[in-house]
Design a protein around this ligand. Sequence first.
Ligand SMILES: [Zn+2]
Ligand SMILES: [Zn+2]
Length: 225
Amino acid sequence: MIKINLSHEGEFVFWAIFLGIIWSQIISHFAVSIGLHRYFSHRQIEASPATEWVMIFMILIACVRTPIGWIASHRMHHEFTDTKDDPHSPKHVGFWKVLFTTWELSYIPPKYARDLYQNPRLAWAHKYWKHFLLSTWLITFLIDYRVFIGFSLIPFLLARLGFGLLNTVGHIDYGGSNKPWLNFIIAGEGYHKNHHINSKQIRLHKYDIGGIIAEKFFRPAKRKS
Ligand SMILES: [Zn+2]
Ligand SMILES: [Zn+2]
């Protein structure tokens, strides 16, 4: 008869959660903050196609759904910050909807996404994000449910929480707020007021870890004169 030692079972779940949190931090810094936000949305730095692929796979694990949708709505957010045309203004859309990221955007003007569709990697992610996400969930679950928890579920939950908190707590003040405690899950993006003041600035604060990594390991984008 197979005996399952429950204390060991619990220990493995603990390690799955622990490693999942570390994995989430890597995704949050490298893929979501540096990749999705600073690189794809604001073109602050340069990246090779191979780096883009790695960023995109990690972004999809965090379940941003289609990165093109995220980037385009984020650009709208910058243009219409905290007004009725801001896609996720807590004041206009509702605090809870924004916190749980259940807001919908029925139409995005093409000007916010035109360049994005021209990138074949982003176009691929736009088409196959659901296939990729479901396959990753299925494969990790078939390997072991604790692999699913650590590799797929924890990054998914923490990314959702991070986006929700950034768009609510990070916008308590009109035009964006600096909330350094948010950096524990959103990789330096807690200096959100500074980001709204200058969306081309890579490093937002001396403790902006995502910004420090981006400055150290990536070339700044060439500015069009
Ligand atoms: Zn904002
Ligand atoms: Zn931004």
